[in-house]
Design a protein around this ligand. Structure first.
Ligand SMILES: C[S@@+](CC[C@H](N)C(=O)[O-])C[C@H]1O[C@@H](n2cnc3c(N)ncnc32)[C@H](O)[C@@H]1O
Length: 146
C-alpha cells in the first residue's frame, strides 16, 4: 500500500521489458490519483532494460540494469525462483531478510524443474539445483527469514 507522501517510490524488481511495470504504474495512479508516484524498474538483463527504455514514454518510470542480489528492494514478481536457483537456499533467505514490504509470486517446484531442463538443453545447468532444500512455500520462507 502507498501512503501519499511528497514522492512515493515504488520498485519493480525483475521487470523484464517493463510491460507489467507500466501496467502497475497505471493501476497505482488510478487507485492513488493524488500521489506523486515514481517507479524504479530493474532487471539484471541489460538487453531487456534497453528494450524497456526504448518503449517507455512515462517520465515517472525509470528503468535500470541491476542485480537485486546486490541491492535491497521492495517488489518482486516471478523472480524468487531465479534468485533461488542462482544463489541457493542461503541466497534466497538472505535476500528475503532485507525486504520490508513485498509482493511476490513464488513459483512451484515444477517451474524450477522446467527451468533446469531448459538450461540443460542449452548445455548449462543451475549448479545449486540439486542442493535446494526449500522446494515449496517460498512465501513462508519470507516470514522465517528474520
Ligand atoms: C519471469 S520474469 C518476470 C517478468 C515480470 N515481472 C512479469 O511478471 O511479467 C523474471 C525476470 O527477473 C529477472 N532477474 C532474474 N534474476 C535477477 C536478479 N538477480 N536481479 C534482477 N533481475 C533478475 C530476469 O532477467 C527476468 O526478466
Amino acid at each position: 500500500m502507498i501512503t501519499c507522501g511528497q514522492q512515493d517510490r515504488v520498485s519493480d524488481v525483475g521487470c523484464n521489458t517493463g510491460d507489467l511495470s507500466k501496467a502497475l504504474y497505471t493501476y497505482l495512479k488510478t487507485v492513488y490519483p493524488y500521489c506523486d508516484i515514481h517507479m524504479l524498474a530493474v532487471d539484471i538483463d541489460s538487453t531487456l532494460i534497453e528494450r524497456a527504455k526504448e518503449a517507455n514514454e512515462n517520465p515517472y518510470i525509470k528503468f535500470m540494469t541491476c542485480n537485486i542480489m546486490e541491492q535491497n528492494d521492495q517488489l518482486l514478481i516471478q523472480i524468487t525462483m531465479w534468485i533461488h536457483l542462482n544463489n541457493g537456499d542461503a541466497g534466497l533467505l538472505a535476500f528475503l531478510k532485507y525486504l520490508k514490504a513485498i509482493v511476490i509470486e513464488p513459483q512451484p517446484w515444477k517451474c524450477y524443474r522446467n527451468a533446469q531442463r531448459r538450461v540443460k538443453k542449452s548445455g548449462n545447468s543451475f549448479e545449486l539445483y540439486e542442493c535446494l532444500k526449500i522446494k515449496s512455500d517460498v512465501d513462508l520462507a519470507f516470514w522465517a527469514a528474520d
